[in-house]
Structure formats: C-alpha cells, structure tokens
Design a protein around this ligand. Structure first.
Ligand code: ADP
Ligand code: MG
Length: 624
C-alpha cells in the first residue's frame, strides 16, 4: 500500500541550535546522501570526490563487508558474494524472490517468517542487513563531511513501495543506527528539490527512470499543499534492462553464447553500461568482448543500433504514463511541469520521449541523479527544525480499493483506489438473519466485484450484537489509514455499542506486477463483474425473502392461513427456490415479486395479529 508523508504544520518550534539532518536516496543502483548547508542543499561527496555510491555490497570471509565502487568493481569476478540491486527484494518474501528469478544471480535460503536470506562466503544476510550496510557507509560519509552526529534522516522510497517494503527500509535505517524521521516518496522529493512547492499551484508529472525501477507520479500543488493525484510504474524497468539488451547484443556479435559463462556475462554488462553512458553524449561507442578462449572481439555500437536496442524498453514507460493521467483524471495539457529523475533520463531518447508523452519540455536543471537526495535533504532540514516550518503537506494515494465482503461473496468498497491518505471512511451495514448475534468481517483489497478476485487482508468477528429481526441491526464499519499507511478496521453495533477491530499489516504486500494485473483485470472484467454482481444481489435478495417467509410460515402459517392459501404460497415459494440457482436475473426478480404479491395478505394478517397481541392486557387510553 502506498504511504504518505506529512510535514505537520507547526511541528518545528523556534530552533536555536542547528541540528545535522540529511536526506538519503537509497537507490536500486546508486545511493546518495545530501544535506542543507548555509541554506543550500547539495549531495555530499566521499573522500575521493564521488557523490554516487553504487548500491553494491561485497561480503568477504573473515573481513568487513565492502560497499560502493570497490564492491562494484569486484562484481564481475565475484558475483555470488557481491550483492547488487538489493532494493528489488526489500520486504519481499522468499516466494516473490523466486519469481523475480533470472535478474538476481544469488542463492537464497529461507529465513525467519518467509524472509529470504542471501548466501555469501561470510554467511547469510537478509536484504535489510545488506541495505543497512549501504546506509552505514552513507552515515559515515555524512558524519565525516558535516563534522558531527546526525540528528535526523529522511530516506526516500519509490511511490509504489508497499507497506512491508517501507517497513523493511525503515528497519534497515534503524539497523544502521540512523535516526529516521520518516520515509519520503522519491517523486515528491524531486518536486521539493525543484521548489515546486513554492509555486502557487499546478499539476506536475515526475518521470523517474533509474537503474531498476520506473515511477511516474502526478502531483498537484494547491495552496501550498502537495497532493499525489496518482502513481503508476514498473518495479522491473530501467537502465539495467538496457544494459542487458546491449550486453546480449555484444555477446551475439562476438559469437559468444549468453549462458554458460557468468563472469563473462557480468563483464559484458559492465562494458555495455559504459557504452550506454558514452552514447548519451556521442553518436557511437567502441565496445569489445573477451571470448572464453582469450581472443578479443572489437566493435562499434552506433546510434541507430543502440536506439533499436533501447527503444522497446523506453516504450514500456508509455503505458504507465497514460494510465497515471487517466487515474488522475487529467490530460497532458493540464500538466504545468514535467520533472525528470534518475540516471537513465540522461539519455536524449528518454528526454525526447518524455517530452512527447506530456507535450512539454521537461525540467532537467538539477542533476537527475541527485534530485531525489536533494529534496530529501530539504525535507529533513524542515522536519528537524532548522527552518521555520512551511505548511507543507505531502499526500499520497492507495493503489487499490479497500472494502469488505458482503453477502453473496461480493465486495463493498469502502475506500476507493487512489484516495489520498490519511483517510477515514465509515459505512453502515445491517444484520442478515433474525437473531443474528455475530458478524464476520472480511477485509479485502482490489477493484473486482467478487471477493474471490480480490486479495484477502484480514478477518475478524464482531460479537455481542443484541438479537434483533433481520435488517434491524446497524453495524458501522470504519476504515482508517493513518499517516504511516497502516489500515485499521473497526466495527461497532450502534444500539449496544458492541465493538471489535483489527489492524492490518500485511506481512508482505503486492508487487507492482500484481497491482497492474489486478487493475487490468478489473477493467477487462468490468461488464462481466457487473452482471455477476447483479445476479448475486438477486440471489441474496431471494434468500432473504425465502428465509423470512419460512420463519413466518412456521410461526403463524397454521393460525392465519387456510389450507388453500398456504398451498398457493408454498407453490410460489418453491418456484422461487427453483429459479434461485439459475443465472437469469430477471427470472429471480420475477419470482421475488410474485411471492411478494402472494404473501401481502398474509403479512397484513400477521401485523394485525401482532398489534392485537401487543394491545391485549392494556387499556386503549394508555396509548392516547
Ligand atoms: P536508481 O534510482 O535505480 O538507483 P539511478 O537514478 O542512479 O538509479 O540511475 C542509474 C541508472 O542510470 C543506471 O542504469 C545507469 O546506467 C543510468 N545512467 C547514469 N548515467 C547515465 C548516462 N549518462 N546515460 C545513460 N544512462 C545513465
Ligand atoms: Mg532513483
């Protein structure tokens, strides 16, 4: 589930002391740390003047792990102990990791509660531990260049990160000994870096193509408040895919099989990436491949060939862009600025494509590699209290609707997809059966009409409902998503006050691919779902009518009906029962109406009898 970030208005009160705060962009490929110094936010360099820290950790037997460029340099020769792209598996279960398959060369072992652990020469490490190693390295760098202990840190995450991915990121921060103030969405950080929050208003598109993830977000600024209108993306799309496409091409050109030589493949990947960077500035790049027999192939990667290799990958960013505009109910003409984020947006082809999708020239003044860390640093500076608090409120949305199961296996949506959070919504439900004293509440996530097509999040029971006739109980179900993206659901019976609740914290959430699939399905199946919903509704109605009539017949049938009348009603009742399980909605509706007409007289007699019973023993003037 998407989260939100809020800078509470008035949180920072009159600072006397400048406290050290940094923003960290914990990237799939590269990580950075930035800080505001003398009013200017910038990224911090290591001892050798490098700003980007490759998000790579190498584990060595009997020695401390190595992080960054040194680890990256060893990746080709020691792939199993050199962990890259760990962000892809943050907060994921072992099963998810298996399905990510081919992209990750490591060996996994199951750890606690389904969390995968990576097998290295130095032992088993969880993704959280690997990320903590990267964060520790940035912490050391920040403390060395700022000259003191850090008081507050803001770490960025992709907008699409779900609850458990965010939790895992926070855990990594804690493990690294960082005082994490909060997590911030990467696109929001980018908008803050450009100072878009200081404009009066506007709608902005943040296009972030990095090494491993693509994120597209539509933000709206309204009276100083940022709202994320919608987000979309692909957690398995980025520069890495281009590197693979180019490396495969190089190996093919050199007549070397792609499989069989993992070291050679790794080297080719490194060279492919270097060639790609050259092609962001030049028309061609020299490439070479050392074959297993030691001979070397030399070649040239020209612009046309390069474009043919990377275009299909760039094109995959188009559909999420279209969808995000649809979800935000805007067109390209409504967008006032487009911000480019991520190293891959250095490519001229990507810039062109982003410009044509949104019909305007994107902002590129701030280094797309550093823009997220810079925004995070600005946010950290505000949160720690070094700056008078702007009333900056950064909202976010939930990616899939949330609701509960109702009769007939249908879903009643309570919070709609793309609602901004925090949010609270309540809806009243009623009891279905006479004398019902408990109600099972099943919380689901998804946009299909039937529970079986959605994801089950939690179940709990409300007990202690006073016995009442069907339909008389009033149960208020409240959904609340707090600032940390946690969903709590509570149910309360309104007359007795009986209450029950649950806090939903999925052990691990949905992947982007699953969210995509669920959304696609909900569109494809909309009509079918609607028909199914109508049918279920009629069936539920029929069941209710049948159950009510059966209990009425049992109670008063003998006393209030003649044998012929009773036979007639029972005939209509069996007619309804026989059409109940069919698929003809009109037929069931007809059956209900016919039965309703046939029992009207019976219902009237029962009412009279009830009133007589209530009045017996009382004098009429008591009621006057
Ligand atoms: P992430 O957010 O995934 O950590 P980054 O924003 O650091 O990623 O982007 C890393 C990606 O950007 C890598 O795939 C890298 O090859 C690519 N990249 C960096 N500089 C350039 C460039 N000049 N031309 C093309 N791609 C680049
Ligand atoms: Mg990034």
């Amino acid at each position: 589930m998407a989260l939100l970030q809020i800078s509470e208005p008035g949180q920072s009160t009159a600072p006397h002391l400048h406290r050290l705060a940094v923003g960290i962009d914990l990237g799939t490929t590269n990580s950075l740390v930035a800080s505001v110094r003398s009013g200017i936010a910038d990224t911090l360099a290591d001892g050798e003047g490098r700003h980007l820290l490759p998000s790579v950790v190498r584990y060595l037997k009997g020695a401390d792990p190595v992080v960054g460029d040194v680890a990256l340099a060893a990746a080709a020769d020691d792939p199993l102990n050199t962990i890259a792209s760990v962000k892809r598996i943050m907060g994921r279960g072992i099963d998810d990791v298996k399905t990510l398959g081919g992209t990750l060369p490591y060996e996994f072992a199951p750890g606690e509660s389904g969390m995968p652990r990576i097998c290295t020469a130095a032992g088993l490490y969880s993704p959280v531990e690997v990320s903590a190693e990267i964060l520790r390295s940035l912490k050391r760098r920040a403390e060395a260049s700022l000259g003191g202990d850090l008081s507050g840190v803001v770490i960025t995450v992709p907008a699409y990160f779900d609850d458990s991915q965010r939790q895992a990121t926070k855990d990594a921060g804690r493990l690294a000994g960082l005082p994490v103030l909060r997590l911030l969405n990467e696109p929001t950080a980018a908008a803050v870096a450009y100072g878009l929050d200081r404009k009066a208003e506007g709608v902005f598109a943040i296009y972030d193509l990095g090494g491993g993830t693509f994120d597209i977000s539509i933000l709206r600024l309204n009276r100083g408040v940022f709202e994320v209108l919608a987000t979309a993306g692909d957690s398995a799309l980025g520069g890495d895919d281009m590197d693979h496409a180019i490396a495969d091409w190089m190996l093919r050109q050199a007549g070397v099989g792609v499989s069989g030589d993992p070291h050679g493949a790794r080297r080719a990947l490194r060279d492919a990436r270097a060639a790609k960077h050259v092609l962001s500035q030049s028309a061609q790049a020299a490439v070479c491949v050392t074959r297993p027999d030691g001979s070397v192939w030399h070649g040239t990667l020209a612009r046309a060939e390069f474009d043919a290799l990377v275009n299909p990958i760039i094109e995959r960013t188009v559909a999420p862009c279209r969808r995000v505009m649809r979800d935000a109910a805007i067109t390209a003409a409504d967008i006032s600025e487009v911000v480019l984020v991520g190293g891959s947006t250095r490519m001229p082809r990507v810039r062109e494509r982003a410009a044509t999708i949104f019909c305007r020239t994107p902002l590129t003044d701030i280094d797309p590699d550093r823009v997220v860390a810079i925004g995070a640093a600005i946010q950290a500076d505000i949160l720690i209290g070094n700056k008078p608090s702007d009333e900056m409120l950064l909202l976010d949305v939930i990616p899939l609707s949330l609701g509960i199961e109702i009769m007939g296996g249908m879903v009643e949506k309570i919070i709609a997809r793309n609602s901004t959070i925090p949010i609270a919504k309540a809806q009243d439900f009623t009891t279905f059966k006479d004398g019902q004293t408990a109600m099972a509440i099943h919380v689901v996530q998804g946009d299909r009409e039937l529970v079986s097509d959605c994801r089950s999040l939690a179940r709990f029971e409300l007990r202690g409902i006073p016995p009442m006739v069907a339909g008389a109980g009033r149960i208020r179900v409240t959904f609340q998503i707090d600032a940390d993206g946690l969903l709590s659901v509570s149910a309360q019976e309104q007359t007795s006050g009986a209450a029950s609740s649950v806090v939903v914290k999925p052990s691990y959430g949905l992947s982007d691919a699953e969210i995509e699939r669920m959304l696609r399905d909900s569109i494809v199946h909309a009509r079918e779902d609607n028909d199914a919903r109508n049918l279920r509704e009629q069936q539920v109605d029929a069941d209710r009518v049948v159950a009510a009539l059966e209990s009425a017949l049992a109670a008063d049938g003998d006393a209030l009906l003649s044998a012929a009348e009773r036979l007639e009603i029972e005939h209509k009742l069996s007619l309804l029962r026989s059409v109940r399980d069919g698929t003809d909605v009109a037929c069931i509706r007809d059956g209900i109406d016919t039965l309703d007409r046939a029992t009207r007289e019976f219902a009237a007699r029962r009412m009279d009898a009830g009133i007589r019973k209530a009045l017996s023993g009382h004098r009429l003037d008591e009621f006057g």
